[in-house]
Design a protein around this ligand. Structure first.
Ligand code: PNS
Length: 175
């Protein structure tokens, strides 16, 4: 099969990049940039998880995400609850995208990907390696450092840095 016929039969890829994004970090954004170059359409999907106590509401997280994905024409933001594979099917997605920062991420991601495949074999999970510069960044650590007054510049988009500062400042101010 030559290149032209491969291109002619290539399937369009709609990928879901799911997560908590509480808040979005530059590591997430790096993955979004990489993913958007690989797929036709990328839906960044925030889980509505009543069991977790997030710092930012789903609406606040979605608003921050909407802002930072503006430069990417094929990226949109959504929210979901329940099973990821059900949401992916509803949105016509044929791929789930997740990032692997370090080997410590692998075990959880492997289990989740295999469970998702069992639930919905039509949808493949693809893993992308985050850039080395972002491999230590997590939303949890960023929140901890911001809360303790540490420097988080370069770890999150400037708009998120601002939101984190004012969130913790307002809380202290109000206490
Ligand atoms: O950013 P996170 O917290 O690592 O994201 C985890 C997420 C949202 C991808 C995962 O918890 C998820 O997909 N939850 C939806 C529920 C579901 O489908 N569970 C079955 C898969 S094992």
């Amino acid at each position: 099969m030559n290149d032209a016929s491969v291109a002619g039969t290539a399937k369009k890829i709609t990928a879901i990049y799911p997560g908590s994004f509480d808040p979005i970090t530059n590591g997430h954004l790096d993955l979004i940039a990489r993913g958007s170059r690989l797929v036709d359409r990328l839906i960044v999907a925030i889980l509505r998880n009543e069991a977790k106590q997030p710092l930012f509401s789903v609406e606040e997280r979605a608003a921050m995400l909407e802002e930072v994905v503006k430069p990417y024409a094929n990226v949109e933001v959504g929210t979901f609850h329940g099973l990821l594979v059900d949401y992916a099917s509803e949105r016509g997605a044929n791929m789930i995208l997740r990032g692997i920062r370090a080997i410590s991420d692998y075990e959880y991601e492997l289990q989740t990907a295999l469970m998702n495949r069992r639930l919905q074999p039509r949808i493949e999970t693809a893993f992308l390696m985050s850039g080395e510069a972002y491999s230590f960044i997590s939303s949890r650590l960023v929140k901890e450092v911001a809360k303790l007054g540490g420097n988080i510049s370069g770890l999150v988009p400037p708009l998120v840095e601002e939101r984190l500062r004012s969130r913790f400042f307002e809380r202290r101010g109000g206490a």
